[in-house]
Design a protein around this ligand. Structure first.
Ligand code: DGL
Length: 275
């Protein structure tokens, strides 16, 4: 039986830059037959230091671009955009389902450490909105949550500096700041899609008593469930195709994005688009 047009449409994924590729990778691992289209709004990165109004406008434009190409589900693979604009993006895309990354991240943390003390590393905007504190409190009212803005980690990840002396020193400083009053987290939540690239460094510095949690795998599970419940899983057995779009710097996107995706990329694999 041939699959319907809707089922063969790609899943759209967007982030401010290459960080959301960590989520895309988890989706591709979980759902290898799905077609995927990724948009990195590299021209306007970082979102995390911008005002909610600007972030919402950028996220709306990125969503409109993916909507225009035809998608069956949208993944907002950016914690900052999820924290600021998820409801607005859901209204924009309705009835197409929209999945954010904050709620899956909170679910993953609470599952690993029920009643635990969680340290969230995120962008300034995500921290300002207390997005993780709210999402965790809704799932586990006794959990303790602290959120730490770590803007420099976004630049380190974009630069591909995932380990080494400078990266260690910056991570150490953020963790020291967050735990200065003897706050002892059981888990560190990577509340920014760029941070899984720094996972090993964060994990070593935090020590082996601290669990490092990211939302990618849980988000992929939520995507599967949303496609299943709407009858939109692709039935075709062939490997899905991947299209990559960026709003600036395709050479850099390919160089750094390959690291996030775990597969080398060429600039010719990435299409430059304007929003
Ligand atoms: N990927 C974004 C996030 O998850 C962070 C990068 C940015 O500030 O744009 O919040």
């Amino acid at each position: 039986m041939s699959e319907s047009h809707s089922n063969s449409l790609p899943i759209g994924v967007f982030d401010s830059g290459v960080g959301g590729l960590t989520v895309l990778k988890a989706i591709r691992d979980a759902l290898p037959n799905e077609n995927l289209i990724y948009l990195g709004d590299t021209a306007r990165l970082p979102y995390g230091t911008k005002s909610p109004a600007s972030i919402a406008r950028y996220a709306t434009q990125a969503t409109a671009k993916l909507q225009e190409t035809g998608i069956k589900l949208l993944v907002v693979a950016c914690n900052t955009a999820s924290a600021v604009a998820l409801d607005a993006l859901r209204a924009q895309m309705a009835p197409i389902p929209v999945v954010g990354v904050v709620e899956p991240g909170a679910t993953a943390a609470v599952r690993i450490r029920p009643g635990g003390a969680h340290l969230v590393l995120a962008t300034e905007a995500t921290v300002r909105l207390g997005a993780y504190s709210k999402a965790i409190a809704a799932r586990d009212p006794v959990a303790e949550v602290r959120e730490q803005a770590c803007e420099m980690l976004v630049s380190l990840a974009e630069e591909g500096w995932t380990s080494g002396e400078i990266t260690d020193a910056i991570v150490r400083r953020y963790l020291r700041e967050a735990t200065a009053d003897s706050f002892t987290p059981n888990s560190i939540i990577l509340g920014c899609t760029h941070f899984p690239l720094l996972r090993d460094t964060i994990s070593v510095i935090a020590g082996d008593k601290v669990e490092v949690v990211d939302s990618a795998i849980t988000t992929a599970a939520v995507v599967r469930q949303a496609l299943q419940s709407t009858g939109l899983l692709r039935s075709n057995e062939t490997a899905g195709e991947l299209r990559l779009l960026a709003t600036d710097g395709i050479t850099r996107f390919a160089r750094v994005g390959g690291q996030f995706l775990g597969t080398p990329l060429q600039a010719s694999d990435v299409q430059l688009v304007d929003l």
